[in-house]
Design a binder for this molecule. Structure first.
Ligand code: ZN
Length: 132
Protein backbone atom coordinates (compact mmCIF):
# COMPACT_ATOMS: atom_id res chain seq x y z
CA UNK A 1 0.00 0.00 0.00
CA UNK A 2 1.27 3.43 -0.99
CA UNK A 3 0.18 6.60 0.76
CA UNK A 4 1.06 10.06 -0.49
CA UNK A 5 1.25 12.78 2.11
CA UNK A 6 1.05 16.47 1.27
CA UNK A 7 3.65 18.74 2.81
CA UNK A 8 3.21 22.51 2.58
CA UNK A 9 6.28 24.69 2.88
CA UNK A 10 6.18 28.40 3.61
CA UNK A 11 9.79 29.45 2.93
CA UNK A 12 12.42 28.86 0.27
CA UNK A 13 14.50 26.66 2.58
CA UNK A 14 12.84 24.82 5.40
CA UNK A 15 12.92 21.52 7.26
CA UNK A 16 9.44 20.35 8.19
CA UNK A 17 8.92 17.70 10.86
CA UNK A 18 6.70 15.01 9.32
CA UNK A 19 7.25 12.33 11.98
CA UNK A 20 3.67 12.52 13.25
CA UNK A 21 2.15 12.22 9.78
CA UNK A 22 4.36 9.25 8.94
CA UNK A 23 3.55 7.51 12.24
CA UNK A 24 -0.16 7.99 11.46
CA UNK A 25 0.28 6.16 8.14
CA UNK A 26 2.11 3.35 9.94
CA UNK A 27 -0.60 3.11 12.62
CA UNK A 28 -3.42 3.04 10.05
CA UNK A 29 -1.66 0.27 8.11
CA UNK A 30 -2.04 -2.08 11.06
CA UNK A 31 1.45 -3.43 10.41
CA UNK A 32 3.23 -4.22 13.67
CA UNK A 33 6.61 -5.46 12.44
CA UNK A 34 8.05 -4.20 9.19
CA UNK A 35 9.64 -1.32 7.43
CA UNK A 36 8.53 2.13 6.38
CA UNK A 37 9.91 3.51 3.14
CA UNK A 38 9.80 7.24 2.48
CA UNK A 39 10.33 8.71 -0.95
CA UNK A 40 10.26 12.32 -2.18
CA UNK A 41 9.36 12.60 -5.90
CA UNK A 42 10.88 16.04 -6.36
CA UNK A 43 14.20 17.41 -7.58
CA UNK A 44 14.34 20.31 -5.13
CA UNK A 45 12.91 18.64 -2.02
CA UNK A 46 14.51 15.90 0.10
CA UNK A 47 14.08 13.80 3.23
CA UNK A 48 16.37 13.36 6.20
CA UNK A 49 16.40 12.17 9.80
CA UNK A 50 18.05 14.33 12.43
CA UNK A 51 17.58 15.94 15.82
CA UNK A 52 14.19 17.44 16.56
CA UNK A 53 14.65 18.24 20.26
CA UNK A 54 16.68 21.41 19.76
CA UNK A 55 15.16 23.44 16.89
CA UNK A 56 18.53 25.15 16.41
CA UNK A 57 19.93 21.96 14.89
CA UNK A 58 17.65 22.46 11.89
CA UNK A 59 18.63 26.14 11.72
CA UNK A 60 22.31 25.15 11.77
CA UNK A 61 21.82 22.58 9.00
CA UNK A 62 19.98 25.06 6.77
CA UNK A 63 22.42 27.93 7.35
CA UNK A 64 25.41 25.66 6.74
CA UNK A 65 23.89 24.38 3.49
CA UNK A 66 23.26 28.01 2.44
CA UNK A 67 26.88 28.89 3.17
CA UNK A 68 28.24 25.87 1.28
CA UNK A 69 25.79 26.18 -1.61
CA UNK A 70 24.83 29.85 -2.11
CA UNK A 71 21.69 30.63 -4.13
CA UNK A 72 23.70 32.62 -6.69
CA UNK A 73 27.03 31.17 -7.80
CA UNK A 74 27.36 31.28 -11.59
CA UNK A 75 25.48 28.01 -11.99
CA UNK A 76 24.65 26.86 -15.52
CA UNK A 77 21.12 25.57 -14.82
CA UNK A 78 18.82 28.05 -16.58
CA UNK A 79 15.89 27.73 -14.17
CA UNK A 80 17.86 29.61 -11.52
CA UNK A 81 17.45 27.08 -8.73
CA UNK A 82 20.64 25.05 -9.09
CA UNK A 83 21.39 25.44 -5.38
CA UNK A 84 18.11 23.69 -4.54
CA UNK A 85 18.97 20.77 -6.85
CA UNK A 86 22.43 20.39 -5.30
CA UNK A 87 21.11 20.47 -1.73
CA UNK A 88 18.49 17.87 -2.65
CA UNK A 89 21.11 15.47 -3.97
CA UNK A 90 23.23 15.95 -0.86
CA UNK A 91 20.33 15.27 1.52
CA UNK A 92 18.78 12.45 -0.50
CA UNK A 93 15.36 11.42 -1.75
CA UNK A 94 14.58 8.45 0.48
CA UNK A 95 14.71 7.02 3.99
CA UNK A 96 13.90 3.64 5.53
CA UNK A 97 12.77 3.21 9.11
CA UNK A 98 12.05 -0.03 10.96
CA UNK A 99 8.63 -0.57 12.50
CA UNK A 100 8.45 -2.46 15.77
CA UNK A 101 5.22 -3.06 17.68
CA UNK A 102 3.45 -0.63 15.34
CA UNK A 103 5.86 2.23 16.03
CA UNK A 104 8.60 3.83 13.96
CA UNK A 105 11.94 2.88 15.49
CA UNK A 106 13.67 6.23 15.91
CA UNK A 107 16.33 7.31 18.35
CA UNK A 108 15.34 9.44 21.33
CA UNK A 109 16.22 12.71 19.60
CA UNK A 110 15.49 11.72 16.03
CA UNK A 111 12.68 13.17 13.90
CA UNK A 112 11.91 12.83 10.22
CA UNK A 113 12.19 16.05 8.23
CA UNK A 114 10.95 16.94 4.79
CA UNK A 115 13.57 19.31 3.37
CA UNK A 116 12.27 22.13 1.20
CA UNK A 117 14.90 23.88 -0.89
CA UNK A 118 12.82 25.82 -3.41
CA UNK A 119 9.64 26.79 -1.64
CA UNK A 120 7.11 27.77 -0.78
CA UNK A 121 5.29 24.89 -2.47
CA UNK A 122 2.95 22.01 -1.81
CA UNK A 123 5.00 18.82 -1.95
CA UNK A 124 4.43 15.08 -2.03
CA UNK A 125 5.93 12.49 0.27
CA UNK A 126 5.32 8.87 -0.66
CA UNK A 127 5.08 6.45 2.25
CA UNK A 128 5.10 2.69 1.80
CA UNK A 129 4.67 0.38 4.76
CA UNK A 130 5.53 -3.29 4.42
CA UNK A 131 5.47 -6.13 6.91
CA UNK A 132 8.62 -8.21 7.24
ZN1 ZN B 1 15.69 23.59 -11.66
Amino acid sequence: MLTTLQVKSSQRSEMIDVTGQVQTVVSKSGIKDGICYLYVPHTTGAITINEGADPNVVVDILTTLDRLIPWRNNYRHMEGNAAAHIKTSLMGSSERIFIDNGKLVLGTWQRIFFCEFDGPRTRKLHVKVASL
